[in-house]
Design a protein around this ligand. Sequence first.
Ligand code: PLP
Length: 381
Amino acid sequence: MQLQNLDISTPAFVYDLDSINARVNLLREVADQRSLRILYSIKSASFSTLLESIANRLQGLATSSLFESRHARKVLGDRGEVHLSTVVVLPEQIEELSMYCNAININSLEQWQRHGSMLKDRIECGLRINPMTDYVNDSRFDPCRKNSKLGVPLDQIIRLLKNDSRSLAGLNGLQFHNNCESREFSQLVETCRLLLDSCGNLIRRMEWINIGGGYLFNEHCDMQWLTDAVILLEEAGVERVYFEPGKAIVGDTGYLVASVVDIFRSGDRDIAILDCSVNHVPEVFEFQYRPEIYPECNDGEYIYRLAGMTCLSGDLFGDYRFEHPLELGDRIIFRDMGAYMFVKASMFNGFNIPPVYLHSKSMGLELINEQGYEDYRRRLT
Ligand SMILES: Cc1ncc(COP(=O)(O)O)c(C=O)c1O
């Protein structure tokens, strides 16, 4: 996709549907051979049109809340599965959740004890296990950080299996999600081995295992690791293995296209103000992440600090080098903006959220989300 030449006004998010489809196809190749079921985790990007475009090649959608589950069911109709993983099941939502979801992954033994009998009558139940692995360096993203709130720690499960495993009776499945942005699918195989070694008896009793998301794969990855993980679980008698990636499908297939709207000098830096802000791509600010851009030039002699247009002094993207001096109207294209950005974006300062387009070679550009003053006002009145 030639983003520089696309006929759109800025700022705008653009998703490359051909690349999204290529990612889904990588998984389909494994799923067509084995008992892998693909769910797409909609928390990363949940536009109806995007979901509708890929839904027929997925088993369904993975969700985190009542609203996401309702949205997922509305998109799918009666064609696919909705699997909810939530830190807490609120008892007053169980009735409604069971209208939308096929399965729910429960985060603690305490919730399983409190709500298990009510849930079991309505929906398939899984328990989230925390494998206590050590794969993620930054604890803010590590589901297995010390004293994690995510899932039942594996050591507790092992103790329970030794002493009294009756409390786990009635579960249909188990879930783990123990990684973040990992490119090492081998860690998935390691995790499956670890769980089979430490609580294989429990796994063998399950109808399904949900292996979460947290892996970044693309056309250059060896997908054999995923196949191997599925085979390990199949050999233990598991009938269905659910994989629910988010960022791998939409992360680097989404872009934010912006324009330079002011240029001035401050101290020893040239500042280029863009017609967007870090509030449109909040992970850039939250995690102080420096996005890759086009047309950056590593040995370019012109350095600019790219800044957003809100009043926040820290609304900055970073310092970038360019081959030529920037001019008003120049386009800056931020890469890897497809996941966890728009879903967290806000209209801080009253700036509109950029419209979203889906692009494919065969269909061209399609506007799939547009907000405006009425959306801003509705949240405030
Ligand atoms: C339970 C669960 N499944 C799937 C995902 C999707 O992860 P990713 O977008 O990293 O693939 C997450 C992300 O937080 C998650 O918590």
